[in-house]
Design a protein around this ligand. Structure first.
Ligand code: KG4
Ligand code: ZN
Length: 327
């Protein structure tokens, strides 16, 4: 079975071919980061137009040698930006009709949930899935594929959103995660004592908005006192607070559920220090996607779609849904 995956929910156009749920035959990604970084964030209308330009050449490259073998198209139908989602969904509908093959709509969050399974196909439910991206910070109990229980999430900003906002405060590029990750390596994480959000609560919940405000006040104070802003130290101290918060709540989720297999995905899962610290944990086993498949990609959409299709899930009247929920 050969599945064509299509991802266009935000600012990355992704296309991948997946054979039998485990072999990535090819994958292509066209990132719009450079187009949007000058605006400090994603401009939805512009993102949709860029998908229109970028998507078809990627599909043409991917299917060139395989068109007659493709049996299924899996496309992200939400959540995400309406214009961006529509480009992927309408393209997928047109191709499935022209080629006479089946089509399945995929929840983008479920795509992220499946990303660590590309390299760990033997991992079976139940397990905990922690999704930390630009739009989501969620802990999900995977009872079975397709059967998910929301255990907790963020009260306000998502983890990646906090990285992006702190980068903006520091005058760094969008997206903030990769650059803060890099600068933090040469900073002193004890230089500033930023609060670890909700450290002492016994609930699986995150809050990153107050942490971002603490960084803002610190920078203001330094500037008002004509002191230089030690960007590396602020990055390291901010990142330490984010990672402590994430790891303490993952530990709490393991303790409350008794489940010791934990997958981590979403853009923030690419963070080098977080990956190191998680991999060193003794009380639970961590499954991480390859760094390039933490952020948005089509291989994870192809796998989520293939898995659902194999379970008998069928999509009727596919439409884009910007606020689609997982559970
Ligand atoms: O999963 P993703 O590509 O898009 C969403 O579905 O949101 O995640 C993008 C987010 C951005 O907020 C970006 O700053 C963050 O992931 N990110 C990182 C790193 N790489 C990307 N955050 C921390 N460290 C990184 N290395
Ligand atoms: Zn995503």
């Amino acid at each position: 079975m050969l599945t064509l995956g299509i991802e266009t929910s935000c600012d990355d156009s992704g296309v991948a071919l997946l054979r039998d749920g485990h072999e990535i035959v090819c994958e292509y990604l066209s990132s719009q980061i450079k187009d949007h970084s000058k605006f400090g964030g994603v401009i939805p209308e512009f993102a949709a137009r860029k998908h229109l330009e970028n998507l078809l050449p990627l599909i043409a490259a991917a299917v060139k040698d395989y068109k007659s073998e493709i049996n299924l198209i899996a496309v992200t139908r939400g959540p995400g930006l309406m214009g961006s989602l529509m480009v992927g969904v309408q393209t997928a509908i047109a191709l499935s009709q022209a080629w006479g093959i089946n089509l399945i709509g995929v929840n983008h969050i479920e795509g992220h949930l499946f990303a660590p399974l590309i390299e760990n196909e033997n991992l079976k439910p139940p397990f905990l899935s922690v999704i930390i991206s630009g739009g989501h910070s969620e802990v999900i109990l995977v009872k079975n594929f397709g059967e998910y229980e929301f255990l907790g999430g963020t009260r306000d900003d998502a983890a990646g959103e906090a990285y992006d906002k702190v980068a903006k405060i520091l005058g760094l590029e969008y997206p903030g995660g990769p650059i803060i990750d890099k600068l933090a390596r040469s900073g002193n994480d004890k230089a500033f004592n930023f609060p670890v959000p909700l450290k002492n609560t016994n609930d699986i919940e995150f809050s990153f908005s107050g942490l971002k405000t603490a960084v803002l006040w610190q920078v203001k104070k330094l500037v008002e006192n004509n002191l230089s802003v030690p960007v590396e130290d602020i990055c390291a101290s901010f990142q330490k607070a984010v990672i402590n918060s994430l790891i303490s709540k993952i530990k709490l989720a393991v303790k409350l559920t008794g489940i010791k297999n934990v997958t981590i995905s979403g853009g923030v899962a690419a963070n080098s220090e977080l990956r190191e610290k998680l991999s060193a944990q003794k009380n639970f086993k961590i499954y991480l996607p390859e760094k390039s498949r933490c952020t948005d990609n089509a291989a994870m959409i192809a796998l989520a779609g293939y898995n659902a299709y194999s379970r008998g899930v069928r999509t009727k009247n596919l439409t884009a849904d910007p606020s689609l929920e997982l559970c």
